[in-house]
Design a protein around this ligand. Structure first.
Ligand code: DAH
Length: 347
């Protein structure tokens, strides 16, 4: 019993010195572990004379209860403290301004093309694709521009292998590909936005790689006035209802008649400014009625069918729409300029 009393006194002293969960757990080992003080007391019970066993046993049990009570209470206290500490550390100040995470957005040119696609799709057009590495046959010959024809000079072309394989200098070859695929069936209504390449020296208005948006419609009795109506719709959608369209006679091998499409200057409304170079008009596309030779070569009888075609310069349209004065800004991937595009687009 004296030993129980001694251990009890020791426990009281030890209790006072506990300041952490770790120490508390060490204390448990000290008293209740395999070789713990209380555990050892317990194993001594066999050595105790029978008449004292009961009292001794009670004494040890009491001691164990004292320990357990202390242990449970302290443990709870430390766990609560730890939790509070953690909550405090992880507290979120909801009144703080959020850190902004920069997110990407499509290039402004891409957005313009999507806008054009949507307008044409609403008129029943399909959006089609064609290869950028193209055969001379599709880029020139089947567009009524035979080998050696001077019209080829206007498009300084990148040739890849000999005279047959090139980087397409225009999206017009997609017209041929579409008609061949159409196998003489009508109507054909497609637009094809895509990259084109020419051996131009890059400057503010020229780039060796640029984008065109080609359009082709083939059906019965299609005339220049259908082209005019269609172009008018897209121009008004892109640049505003007050913008007018003007057709000027022009020349392309694959259309007859051929026209140049001008729009009235949205900046000065015809008065003359530096955007329209004081003419009041801005050229945005080449177009025309599909040449009978082109129809015939691609399997459409020109006596039965007719069509119109057009080719917009995508960068030119975007430069006008968003007041951008250097074509190279579309391609140099300068983040500051991209953000400026976004700002202009949001305006
Ligand atoms: N492909 C011509 C060019 O790059 C533009 C063009 C003119 C396309 C008339 C057409 C068209 O479809 O009918 O200059």
């Amino acid at each position: 019993m004296k030993e129980i009393e001694e251990i009890r006194e020791l426990l009281e002293k030890d209790k006072a010195g506990i300041t952490s969960l770790q120490q508390l757990n060490d204390l448990k080992i000290k008293y209740l572990g395999k070789k713990g003080l209380i555990t050892e007391l317990n194993s001594k019970i066999k050595e105790i004379p029978n008449e004292e066993k009961r009292e001794f046993g009670q004494g040890v049990n009491e001691l164990r209860s004292v320990f357990n009570e202390f242990y449970d209470e302290k443990k709870k206290q430390y766990e609560r403290e730890l939790l509070n500490e953690k909550l405090q550390k992880e507290a979120i100040d909801v009144s703080l301004p959020a850190t902004s995470i920069p997110i990407g957005s499509p290039n402004i040119l891409e957005k313009l093309i999507e806008e054009v696609e949507e307008v044409f799709m609403s008129m029943g057009y399909d959006v089609v694709d064609g290869p950028e590495v193209e055969e001379d046959k599709y880029n020139f010959e089947m567009l009524n521009i035979p080998k050696g024809h001077p019209a080829r000079d206007a498009q300084d072309t990148f040739y890849i292998e000999g005279e047959e394989l090139l980087l397409r200098s225009q999206t017009s070859p997609v017209q041929v590909r579409t008609m061949l695929k159409g196998e003489g069936k009508v109507p054909i209504r497609v637009i094809c936005p895509g990259k084109t390449y020419r051996r131009d020296d890059d400057d503010a208005t020229h780039s060796h790689q640029f984008m065109q948006i080609e359009g082709l419609l083939v059906d019965k009795n299609i005339s220049l006035s259908d082209l005019k109506g269609t172009i008018d719709v897209i121009v008004k959608k892109l640049f505003g209802e007050t913008i007018e369209t003007r057709f000027r006679p022009s020349y392309y091998q694959f259309t007859e008649p051929s026209v140049e499409v001008d729009i009235s200057c949205f900046n000065c409304h015809g008065k003359g400014c530096n955007i329209c170079k004081n003419t009041g008009w801005i050229t945005i596309a080449g177009a025309g009625v599909v040449h009978p030779n082109v129809l015939r070569m691609s399997g459409y009888d020109p006596k039965e069918w007719s069509g119109f075609a057009f080719g917009f310069g995508a960068e030119r349209m975007a430069m006008l729409k968003y007041d951008i004065n250097d074509i190279r800004t579309f391609y140099n991937a300068d983040l500051r300029e991209c953000r400026e595009f976004d700002r202009k687009e949001a305006e």
